[in-house]
Design a protein around this ligand. Structure first.
Ligand code: SAM
Length: 240
């Protein structure tokens, strides 16, 4: 899968993807991360990509023209007016909330292009006429779309076949398809630390008992921390 990231800060992505599963997936050729400097599509010698908002107001906005031209050029392989491939996502505090379900949907595309906003945001025509999706990573405002883009790349990349050693781990995780609740609590050695003991059932090797305990513990943790998930989970169970 190819991820394109369009940003005014291409250097931002040097660090995050040099570690862990995403770095390994890049090395293995499972994913290709291409970071594009939006200023390459600026028209003037100052490489200007922002301007003041019509109607007044604080700050600057990223202009529509360099973004449209960059996306068209990247996804049509640099052929002006060529057929566009890929799925275009605008990172925006105003977008639909990113979720594991969205990550699964994005993992189906061969090519994903992520547009990172900056300043006070992006000319609305990008959301209206260019982006296929407008996505927020949470109800808070960050100073740019680069961290959200990195979040999306990471969440999608680990769902691609071959990225995680054990495919089953994404099936068992929190929010996984058909589960809808949090993952169960997990422990590792030592079995006792500062007097806090790991639940005995996990040490016993009785697999049916362990499965039962895990399901109950996952439900309890979901009820305690994310009761909203539990409500839709119970509804799904009732509907079955
Ligand atoms: N004026 C905008 C608003 O109130 O919705 C906020 C603009 S924000 C300072 C600049 C850029 O950061 C946005 O264009 C977007 O790309 C990114 N951004 C900020 N918060 C985000 C979030 N929660 N999810 C995704 N992108 C976000």
């Amino acid at each position: 899968m190819i991820f394109h990231v369009l940003t005014i800060f291409p250097g931002f992505f040097q660090g995050p993807f040099e570690h862990g599963v995403v770095a390994k997936a890049i090395q293995a050729g499972i994913l290709d991360l291409q970071v594009h400097d939006l200023r390459n599509w600026a028209k003037d010698r100052h490489k200007t990509v922002d301007d003041r908002p019509f109607g007044g107001g604080e700050g600057m906005l990223l202009k529509a023209e360099p973004i449209f031209e960059a996306v068209e050029s990247i996804l049509a392989g640099g052929v002006p007016g060529g057929a566009r491939s890929g799925h275009v996502v605008l990172l925006s505090a105003q977008g639909r909330l990113f979720s594991q379900e969205t990550a699964r949907r994005f993992a189906m595309f061969d090519e994903l292009l992520l547009i990172c906003g900056r300043y006070e945001g992006v000319d609305e025509r990008v959301a209206q006429y260019l982006a296929d999706d407008e996505i927020s990573i949470g109800d808070y405002v960050l100073s740019g779309g680069e961290l959200p883009a990195a979040v999306v790349v990471d969440a999608v990349a680990r769902l691609l076949p071959g990225v995680l050693g054990n495919e089953a781990s994404t099936v068992q995780e929190s929010f996984s398809a058909g589960k809808g609740i949090l993952d169960c609590p997990q422990y590792t050695r030592p079995a006792e630390y500062r007097g806090w003991r790991v639940p005995d059932v996990l040490l016993g090797g009785h697999h049916a008992e362990i499965r039962k305990w895990r399901r109950q513990a996952a439900l309890e943790k979901t009820a305690r921390l994310r009761s909203d998930l539990l409500k839709s989970f119970e509804k799904e169970c009732d509907d079955e």
